[in-house]
Design a protein around this ligand. Structure first.
Ligand SMILES: *[C@@H]1O[C@H](CO)[C@@H](O)[C@H](O)[C@H]1NC(C)=O
Length: 262
C-alpha cells in the first residue's frame, strides 16, 4: 500500500488536481468540495503514516524492502545471467525480462556482449531512478499490467525471462499470462519462482501487488505446465544444470525452462 498511497498523495499535492474533482465540482458548491478534499488528504496522510511510520516522504524504505526480499528471484536472476548464457547461448541475443525491478535486470543484460534487452515492469515505478525513467522513455521498459495481453507481436524475443511476478497471480490470471509469455518468445521461456515458505511482500505492500504472493511447489508448477500445454525444455534444463554444477552455484529460487510455441 505504502508506495502507491504516498505517490498519489504527492501527485495530488503537486498538481492540485484530484481525480474526482471535476465530477464533484459540477454537483456541489466549492466549499463542501474543499472539505471533502481536505478530509481525503488527511485520510491519505494518516493511512500513509500508519503503514509507513514517520518516514512517509523518505526514500530510505524502498532500499530496505528490496533487501528484505520482495524481489528475491529478480536478484537471483541477475546472478544467474552467466549461467543462462551458458544454457541458452545465441538465444540470449534478444531478451525480454518480465518482473519487478526490471530496469536493473535490463541494465545488467544490456552490459552483456551481443545482448539486446527489453523489460516489462508489472508494478508501479513512481520511485524509479533517472536510469529507469530513461529506459521507460525510450520504450525499452514498459510499465504494463501482465494480466492483459502483452504489447508485442508473436516471437518478438528469442528468450523471455520472468521473475517474481507469477507468484502474485492466481491460476485464473496465470492461464492468461503464461501463454502470453510463451507467445512473445521464439526460443524459450524461463521462469524464476519462489520456493514455498519463502517470505514475500509485507501487508503494507499488498495493494502494489494486488494479492499476497503464493509460493507454489515444483510439482504444482509442473502439473500446471502440463495442464496448459506448455512443454518443459529438456535441452535447456540439461545445459542449465551442467552450468550450475560447474560453478557450484545454488539458486535460491525455482527455475523452470519451457519451450515456446511452434
Ligand atoms: C486454467 O486452464 C486449465 C487448462 O486449460 C484449466 O483446466 C483450468 O481450469 C484453468 N484454471 C482456471 C482457474 O481458470
Amino acid at each position: 500500500m505504502s508506495r502507491r498511497q504516498v505517490s498519489s498523495t504527492r501527485r495530488y499535492v503537486d498538481t492540485g488536481s484530484f481525480p474526482f474533482a471535476g465530477a464533484l465540482h459540477s454537483k456541489s458548491p466549492s466549499s463542501p468540495l474543499l472539505s471533502v478534499i481536505l478530509f481525503l488528504l488527511g485520510a491519505f496522510l494518516l493511512i500513509g503514516y500508519v503503514y509507513n511510520g514517520p518516514g512517509i516522504f523518505g526514500g530510505g524504505r524502498e532500499a530496505v524492502s528490496k533487501v528484505e526480499g520482495d524481489f528475491i528471484c529478480t536478484s537471483e536472476l541477475q546472478r544467474a545471467i552467466p549461467i543462462l548464457k551458458k544454457a541458452y547461448g545465441d538465444s540470449m541475443h534478444k531478451v525480454l525480462h518480465v518482473g519487478p525491478d526490471t530496469c536493473s535486470v535490463v541494465s545488467k543484460l544490456l552490459k552483456e556482449e551481443e545482448t539486446e534487452a527489453w523489460g516489462v515492469e508489472p508494478y508501479d515505478i513512481e520511485d524509479a531512478d533517472a536510469n529507469c525513467k530513461s529506459l521507460v522513455r525510450r520504450g525499452i521498459v514498459r510499465v504494463t499490467d501482465i494480466k492483459f495481453p502483452l504489447p508485442y507481436r508473436a516471437k518478438s524475443f528469442s528468450l523471455v525471462i520472468v521473475s517474481d511476478a507469477l507468484d502474485y497471480l492466481s491460476p485464473k490470471y496465470l492461464n492468461k499470462t503464461l501463454p502470453e509469455l510463451a507467445r512473445v518468445s521464439a526460443n524459450g521461456l524461463v521462469i524464476f519462482a519462489g520456493h514455498p515458505g519463502q517470505q514475500r511482500a509485507k501487508v503494507a505492500e499488498l495493494s502494489k501487488f494486488g494479492r499476497p504472493a503464493k509460493m507454489r511447489s515444483s510439482s504444482w508448477w509442473i502439473r500446471y505446465f502440463v495442464q496448459t500445454s506448455l512443454e518443459e525444455n529438456d535441452a535447456a534444463i540439461k545445459k542449465f544444470e551442467q552450468a550450475v554444477t560447474k560453478r557450484s552455484y545454488k539458486p535460491s529460487c525455482q527455475v523452470f525452462h519451457l519451450k515456446s510455441y511452434h
